[in-house]
Design a protein around this ligand. Sequence first.
Ligand code: ACO
Length: 372
Amino acid sequence: MNVKTGGLEGIVVGNTAISTVGKEGVGLTYRGYDIHDLASHAAFEEVAYLLIYGNLPTGAQLQAYRDKLVQLRRLPDAVKLLLETIPGTAHPMEVLRTSVSMIGALEAGHASTEQDIADRLIACTPGMLLYWYQFHRHTTRLDESEASENSVAGYFLELLHGKKPDDEHKRAVDVSLILYAEHELNASTFAARVTASTQADFYSAVVSAIGTLRGDLHGGANEEAMRLISQFKTPEQAEKGVRERLAAKTKIMGFGHRVYKISDPRSDIIKAWSEKLSRQAADGYLFEVSRRIEKILWDEKKLFPNLDFYSATAYHFCGIPTSLFTPIFVISRLSGWSAHILEQRINNRLIRPEAHYDGPAPRPFPPLADRR
Ligand code: ACO
């Protein structure tokens, strides 16, 4: 046997009751609910509850869940000290990877269920990220307990901008959190499940997932998409620049997908938000730049935008710095990762595939003195 690709494409490795991705080439559901319905009618907290607890909350359960997330925001002093110690030049994904690990070391054994750990991490990651950000950018020490917003999206924007967020920006971020929340066995979720399958602790599984999400081929694509889009002032400039990149066989981040073959069902939802927000933004022309890039990629390569492409400008128009794009993905995907870690626990078997060996044939071990 010769294995041409190590990408595991098309290989089914287990059952899941959490989501369907790309059945019939399109489509995304979380526990049976279509992503369009969730993005139109739900809030991120409802979706997180759905993923972690298995059912949509009732009104009373949702209120209690929101209250719980607000109560779980508190950052221990030791974490704040750590965040002040991590250099301001670090990538924010390094900050999250390190601070989640620290929370794990400080709070191991505190929570009564792993669902409580999931909720704690969703609640405190915006504060950890923005405590570090504000301390190193503006030498201010955030007091996370002073924020008045009770949604995750509103809390994030309030800590970032230091004021009550604009309602439209808040809903745009809320929708993006819903879209990013879960996506079956993507690379980071698979990493979380592999770690959980060794019976490692919950925090270790999440840290594995954060490390895996960081790369440009996965969560890092939204930041790279923004870096590309923001180089152009007009659609014509974008057309020239993108054609040059394609001729040089450079990948355009935010396009293509391993599973979807026709389109990414999340893309049109966030694209509509990007267009809406562009109307009030000083550099709203970046939406037209993005549209031209989309057209070229389709005309030339039949490649469609994935969620990351229009998320970039949607976040940008909300005043979010590019380096915080992938960390927002973490805050959201914590809900999906958690659902998968919990599912892995239910019927666990160690995940341990095999490789086809194509190295040297067995040979005698040479003494050190004979080696060249
Ligand atoms: N730009 C240019 N060409 C591309 C792109 C792209 N974004 N994506 C795929 N292609 C081309 C490849 O160059 C390759 O062409 P070739 O056959 O002529 O060599 C062909 O399409 C197949 O590409 P692969 O990378 O082998 O396909 P794979 O199934 O591994 O791709 C992936 C999936 C990794 C997402 C790829 O499309 C990519 O790298 N996209 C850019 C990164 C990105 O946007 N990642 C975000 C994923 S979604 C998410 O995390 C929310």
